[in-house]
Design a protein around this ligand. Sequence first.
Ligand code: NAD
Ligand code: UD1
Length: 341
Amino acid sequence: MAAILLAGGAGYIGSHTAVELLNAGYAVIVADNYANSSPEAIRRVEEITGKQVKLYEADIRDDKKLLEIFRENQIDAVIHFAGLKAVGESVAKPVMYYRNNIDTTLSLLEAMQETGVKNIIFSSSATVYGEENSVPYTEEMKRGVCTNPYGWTKAMTEQIFEDAAKADPSLSVVLLRYFNPIGAHPSGRIGEDPRGIPNNLMPYVTQVAVGKRECLTIFGHDYPTKDGTCTRDYIHVVDLAKGHVKAVDYVLRHNGTEIFNLGTGTPYSVKEIVESFERVNAIKLNHVYGNRRLGDLAEFYANADKAERLLGWKTEKTLDDMCRDAWNWQKQNPDGYRKSN
Ligand code: NAD
Ligand code: UD1
């Protein structure tokens, strides 16, 4: 049974990936400093799967501690989720973002070098396509100019991995460019648990629905899109997690660097999200139209063919599934993991 280390594995995407890896028969080790998560998520992963996770409270930048984790376990592959991800905060605190997101990467690569671990998967983002490329995005497009420090940390980390794999031909790197992950595990036991006011659309929607926020503002309705609101490639987090299982199978069998978009290939507008959410959950969502948000692109979505071709993966869930599962999580856990039940 191969063992996979999830750096930052207690977070939103990491916890869902842990479930799918355990279900696929992998052993899972999680290291997280809970900067944006809670150990409760991992307790619930164990509850959902009936299997155990080896859990470490650790800052990935703590080289000594990290090396202990690598030495105590026979690690076959690493998935690097450990990063700060709030775009606005990255503009206000760029040094903190570069320090965290770049140093976690370097520490992981050094620990891997030290212990002979050769396989790593990185959580990158569609944001690296920048404004220069046109939709749908394909993996061979050049990285664009990022609009914020968070995006730059993703672009820079991709470069670091590419250079490391060039220098060491036995290294195997998979860069996963996520589009817009939303939704939650259908059990409603794990999901997205943002701290403070959510920046992203779906957690804002669910918090309005549960009465924690007054009203959703739809940012702009004069975009050159099908209904004037921005379109995105929303992907169910369980589909995304299953993509990681396929990426693990792949990274264990190859060398060099490979990039994959993880998206559905189908864009939906903000208006369509609101409509689907209201319909499948039989809820009226208080919303108004406001100004455009600075830095937003009118549309972005993936060409997801490469992942289907090389990983044998494609998404299965619908937009309605995403809206239903997001609400199921939020209404069962109005305060996220803070009030456990
Ligand atoms: P998340 O914040 O829920 O998970 C990230 C996890 O990393 C958290 O548990 C956090 O505590 C941990 N972490 C951060 N810095 C750490 C450190 N120095 N040491 C140990 N742990 C640390 O976010 P997520 O949505 O699950 O995202 C996972 C990864 O995917 C991130 O790198 C994020 O940038 C990337 N990503 C996310 C999205 C998205 O929309 N959610 C899109 C594209 C890329
Ligand atoms: C944002 C980040 C991107 C990051 C991604 C996942 C920006 C410019 N981009 O993408 O780098 O990888 O999150 O973390 O921040 N919307 C509203 N009202 C709201 C919130 C959002 O109308 O209250 C709209 C936005 O204008 C956008 C869509 O909903 O059109 C999705 O927004 P969001 O969830 O923040 O994701 P992105 O902007 O696509």
